[in-house]
Design a protein around this ligand. Structure first.
Ligand SMILES: O=C(O)C(=O)C[C@]1(C(=O)O)C=C[C@@H](O)C=C1
Length: 165
């Protein structure tokens, strides 16, 4: 039998996750310049608290949304550590413009979070569909630009499907 096609809500959700991962590049550049550690637990707590609040406003399960956002943060760190290791090995980071972390990059991440939740709400009921892993694998492969961001997207979507495999 031909498997059911992916719901329309999957791709925009993945695109938003991937966009968040692309912002990790700018975060990493800023951290390279300032020698700030990648891990910022206080900021993570803030991002998650904000996600819980937004979940309640949208009548989504706050624990579920907190997990979703935590996975995005883990994915961001995976990309950041990977990039920083590459730049350390090369002895230099790319010579691209540096947006400021607190006034430019984090506000952009906050904006994306609202979009992430809107798109997650549309996809949520398909998480338990037996076809979910296949849809996800297909949709992911259409987005990935390099191995590191590919791993990041795998991490970001690691618990998106809820299926007995
Ligand atoms: O804002 C930062 O400093 C980031 O590195 C981004 C981010 C996130 O994904 O939101 C990731 C890791 C940090 O521990 C905190 C937050």
């Amino acid at each position: 039998a031909v498997p059911a096609p992916a719901p329309d809500s999957l791709r925009p959700l993945l695109v938003t996750m991937y966009e968040r991962l692309s912002i990790a590049d700018q975060v990493a550049l800023s951290k390279w310049d300032t020698r700030q550690p990648t891990q910022d637990s206080a900021r993570e707590a803030q991002v998650i608290a904000n996600a819980r609040k937004q979940a309640l406003e949208r009548k989504l399960d706050p624990d579920e949304v907190a997990e979703l956002v935590a996975a995005q943060i883990e994915a961001s760190k995976l990309v950041q550590y990977g990039l920083l290791a590459q730049w350390q090995a090369a002895g230099k980071a790319p010579d691209t413009p540096r947006p400021d972390l607190s006034t430019q990059v984090r506000p952009r991440l906050d904006q994306l979070q609202a979009r992430l939740l809107t798109e997650y709400a549309k996809f949520a009921r398909y998480r338990t569909d037996p076809n979910c892993p296949l849809w996800l694998a297909t949709a992911r492969s259409g987005l990935i630009k390099d191995a590191l961001h590919g791993q990041g997207l795998i991490r970001a979507t690691g618990d998106l499907c809820i299926t007995a495999q």
